[in-house]
Write a protein that binds this ligand. Structure first.
Ligand code: NA7
Length: 545
């Protein structure tokens, strides 16, 4: 019986991607806590460790998809990104560099997976079991598991009987895959597929792209970072970061303060064209009502359909690629760098699988609408069980033996997207009902990590060792979150933002839609009011020496 023994650690972090690395650094090096991270991969990187498919690239611009001056001004000056939008290898080496620079690896247990995490009420601590048979206890448990880390592999009949090669983009082999001379099927047309398809098409003998829902792909606008670019960015970093913290999406540019229909048709087209030429998510920030008003949204949607018609030579294929059934940005728009042009190639075929769903996988290929498409390889670009998938797999059981999955059977219920009642001393970085996936992730990650760090410092200064949100505070957050989410057009699409991509998953708006700047203000306000909405206590359970 280990009750009343001091916990092994002050805090245990699950994950060693962007959020886990920064959390580890803060708790260990700023607060001087005894802390460890557990990571199932054999190195740091999280999503950038696993997503090594051809063309994998960040859709936020590299110069603000990184740690800010909160971590280190020197690192910002030292590190130069080679492209406007960094590729996966460069982001992974950046995170490896951070791990090295702050000597983080020595406190990370790699190749280790959490199998359960159970709240021990008497000991006032978490007891965490891992697949290496180890049991570790910690005062605080912090999940840094990312939002898109549990892959979704649809259960197509016959899937496992396929004789060729199968890959999921989110678990790509480290040695890479050579598709030269092969017939390939890519299933899915989300952001991942849109990056991978142009590269696979270059190699494959023939490529079939299986599309259930066409997307509004925005121009990627990637290009090398010039010396002048880098100089200007580095001179302006203080201002850039200040802006990312206040804007709606955590970008240094904000949503223009004008409705789409307040300008003439001609002016609107100019504004869209200008945003398109610059590339990236800027197009979503051209007007302030694109996500709120159907008619406003349709102007952007039709602009993007026009781009498809310009790029794709065969009008029938262009129409097939054009979304008609959901508004723009109600599914995460992919960034395209040559995706649409790919459909002008002779070795690429688009196959619609909406009206005629994939019937199954055969030994030799994919069967759709009575036709068997014979292929040598199948690439599943079918996405993730987003936001809650990985949290549930941790096997978290809180107070009174209630599992997180059971508590959230009707959908996530959190206070600030960070904590949930019944689970004392548990913090979920970038959890559901926080802005996370609706924002430039590192900005949201830093805000969460800094908030948790401040909270734990505040507790330790007061000798408090237990914190849990009240039922009223949680109810208040959930109703505010739901109200804001339902003001948007998001519920009009079958997206992973709505939990709609996983059969049986509860349907609601998962990310907080109030904006990064607003959310930061609300979190800061809670802290300033002495962590309003939380119950705290000194339990007297054995504390750290
Ligand atoms: P996404 O965006 O979830 O895309 C998955 C794609 O796979 C999407 O086109 C799906 O169609 C398709 N899909 C999923 N299941 C099926 C079945 N059963 N049959 C046919 N097609 C299917 O995942 P990504 O990896 O591209 O991107 C995830 C995020 O990573 C992205 O948003 C960025 O934030 C980074 P659907 O649209 O559901 O009809």
């Amino acid at each position: 019986d280990t009750r009343n023994d001091a916990p092994d650690l002050d805090a245990l972090i699950v994950g060693a991607g962007f959020s886990g690395l920064y959390m580890l650094h803060r708790l260990r090096d700023t607060l001087g806590m005894r802390v460890q991270a557990i990571e199932s991969a054999d190195d740091v990187g999280g999503t950038w460790y696993y997503n090594r498919y051809p063309g994998a690239r960040c859709d936020s611009e590299s110069y603000f998809y990184s740690f800010s001056d909160r971590l280190s001004e020197e690192l910002l000056q030292e590190w130069t990104w080679s492209e406007r939008f960094a590729g996966q290898p460069e982001i992974l080496s950046y995170l490896q560099h951070v791990a090295q620079r702050y000597d983080l690896r020595r406190d990370i247990r790699f190749s280790t997976t959490v199998t359960s995490a159970t709240w021990d009420e008497d000991g006032n601590r978490w007891v965490v079991e891992t697949d290496d048979g180890t049991r570790t206890s910690a005062r605080h448990l912090i999940t840094a598991v990312g939002c898109l880390s549990t892959t979704n592999l649809p259960d197509f009949p016959g899937r496992d009987g396929f004789r060729g090669e199968s890959y999921h983009t989110g678990r790509w082999p480290h040695e890479g895959v050579d598709f030269t001379g092969k017939r390939v099927a890519v299933i899915g047309t989300g952001a991942t597929s849109v990056q991978a398809v142009p590269e696979i098409a270059e190699q494959a003998e023939h490529l079939y792209v299986l599309q259930r829902t066409p997307n509004y792909d925005i121009s990627g606008g990637n290009r090398p970072m010039t010396e002048d670019d880098a100089k200007e960015i580095k001179e302006n970093y203080t201002d850039i970061w200040a802006r990312t913290r206040q804007t709606g999406f955590g970008f240094p540019y904000d949503i223009a303060d004008r409705p789409a229909l307040s300008v003439s048709e001609e002016e609107r087209q100019e504004i869209f064209e200008e945003a398109w030429a610059k590339g990236g998510f800027r197009l979503g920030t051209t007007f302030n009502d694109l996500l709120l008003d159907g008619a406003a949204n349709e102007t952007a949607a039709e602009f993007l359909r026009g781009k498809i018609r310009e790029k794709v030579r065969d009008p029938e294929v262009a129409e097939k690629l054009s979304p008609r059934n959901h508004p723009f940005f109600t599914k995460r728009p992919p960034l395209e760098n040559g995706y649409y042009d790919t459909f002008n190639r002779d070795n690429v075929t688009l196959i619609g699988v909406a009206e005629t769903p994939i019937e199954g996988i055969t030994e030799n290929g994919v069967r759709v609408d009575g036709t068997e498409y014979e292929v040598d390889a199948i690439v599943y670009a079918t996405g993730f069980d987003a936001m809650t998938g990985t949290l549930f797999r941790l096997g978290i059981t809180g107070r009174d033996g209630v599992g997180l999955k059971d508590k959230w059977a009707e959908g996530p219920s959190t206070y600030l997207g960070l904590t949930t009642r019944g689970f004392p001393n548990l913090f979920m970085l970038t959890g559901p009902q926080s802005p996370s996936v609706m924002s430039n992730m590192p900005v949201s990650i830093e805000q969460h990590v800094d908030w948790v760090t401040d909270c734990l410092r505040w507790m330790s200064e007061r000798g408090l060792d237990r914190i849990e949100p009240t039922a009223e505070a949680e109810d208040g957050w959930v109703s505010h979150h739901t109200e804001v989410g339902n003001m948007t057009l998001l519920p009009q699409a079958e997206s992973w933002w709505m939990g709609a991509n996983i059969p049986g998953k509860q349907r609601s708006v998962y990310p907080y839609m109030g904006g990064v700047g607003v959310y930061r203000g609300l979190c800061d306000d809670v802290a300033a009011k002495g962590y309003e909405g939380f119950e705290t206590a000194t339990t007297g359970a054995a504390s750290m020496a």
